[in-house]
Design a protein around this ligand. Structure first.
Ligand code: SF4
Ligand code: SF4
Length: 357
């Protein structure tokens, strides 16, 4: 089995996962292709109303680069190149990853030398500081900024910044990155994401804002529902609005088959009540928490759940993965979690998806 990396970062996530699933179903051992890293635990510079980690009672923690390097050295072994992850995402479910500047920059340099695709999912506030400190932020290939709202009044009311900041200053950072990316990393694409809620959404105001984002070089805009709001009529209207706005802006839904000039898409996700039959998180898209425990997805990477292993204990990455009983990977996470999977895992964990591969 050969690991494949697609040159165009837009293609990589879905295509490599699909390919790994085919290999898995053919009886090969498969190691995760996407690695989520949580550089920070339970510390954020915002307090968003819809944050899934809002009520977290975990101890705050910052991941240490020296320790992460030891873990990476056990993953990126030259003889195991065919099993290396092809993408690493810096994110967090109750934390802002960019608060850990040294870890993010040092680890991005390490991973870039291994040809890994790098993604950051951030609220955007720290980008200004990163740009002041140097050009390393341009090492990232996919920069996703969760802006969620389009005006400062809503920013203050629904996201409660802990320091003085504004939407304009976040947009300024995104604009700077887009303006200079040809010099540093022409393949870099930028995403801006929104959570539509009855309290924040207004069609014309959001449509005008999307035009502004397009003007500053943003490639993808995604609007999603608030997982805690079940007003389906409201979301039907939002969906129709976004489709209409996309048409007016001549913007398709996200296309992975062409260069991304500008896309606008609405994505809906309703948590299910019934449990998943199996979970492919540990096999395909796992999470290393700030305290170096290995979990099956970002949503369960906390002390409330049981990790598969503790990476502090010098576990050999390939002993964890190769020739391991699949029950550990597929069933145990499902027994331990409440089944509210992140959106990609939600689809992968459905049998119908697998049947179509
Ligand atoms: S920025 Fe993200 S982690 Fe921080 S409060 Fe908002 S949703 Fe939660
Ligand atoms: S929430 Fe979904 S993806 Fe996460 S561990 Fe549970 S079944 Fe797996």
């Amino acid at each position: 089995m050969q690991s494949v990396r697609y040159k165009r970062t837009e293609w990589n996530t879905i295509r490599v996962i699909k390919r790994k699933l085919v290999n898995f179903r053919s009886g090969y051992d498969v190691c995760p292709t996407v690695l989520d890293i949580h550089p920070v635990k339970n510390t954020c510079n915002l307090d968003c109303q819809w944050c899934i980690g809002r009520n977290s009672i975990e101890t705050a923690e910052f991941m240490k680069w020296e320790k992460l390097k030891q873990v990476f050295d056990r993953i990126f072994i030259p003889e195991q190149k065919m099993h290396w992850p092809s993408e690493v995402h810096y994110c967090g479910h109750n934390s802002e990853p960019l608060l850990n500047h040294d870890l993010v920059i040092n680890s991005m340099k390490y991973l870039k030398s291994k040809d890994v695709i790098l993604s950051i999912i951030t609220n955007g506030i720290c980008l200004e500081k990163y740009l002041e400190k140097g050009n390393e932020i341009y090492l990232v290939d996919k920069l996703s900024v969760s802006l969620d709202v389009v005006n400062d009044a809503h920013f203050k009311e629904f996201k409660k910044p802990k320091a003085d900041t504004s939407i304009d200053s976040i947009l300024k950072s995104i604009e700077t990155i887009n303006r200079n990316k040809d010099k540093h990393n022409p393949g870099l694409t930028t995403f801006v994401t929104f959570v539509a809620t009855p309290g924040t959404y207004a069609k014309q105001e959001w449509a005008d804002f999307f035009v502004r984002l397009k003007d500053i070089g943003v490639n993808h805009v995604r609007v999603r529902n608030d997982y805690t709001c079940f007003d389906k009529d409201f979301y039907n209207d939002v969906k129709n609005d976004i489709q209409q706005i996309a048409k007016e802006m001549d913007a398709d839904c996200i296309s992975y088959s062409r260069n991304p000039p500008f896309d606008l898409e609405y994505k809906e996700f309703w948590p299910r009540n019934e449990k998943c039959r199996h979970c492919f998180g540990l096999r395909l898209w796992c999470t290393i928490s700030a305290d170096f425990r290995l979990y099956s997805c970002a949503h369960v990477a906390s002390q409330l759940y049981k990790p598969l292993v503790d990476l502090n204990e010098n576990n050999d990455w390939y002993d964890i993965y190769l020739e391991r009983n699949n029950d550990d990977f597929e069933r145990k996470p499902v027994e331990l979690c409440d089944g509210h999977c992140p959106s990609t895992m939600y689809y992968l964990n459905h049998a119908e998806v697998l049947d179509g591969v």
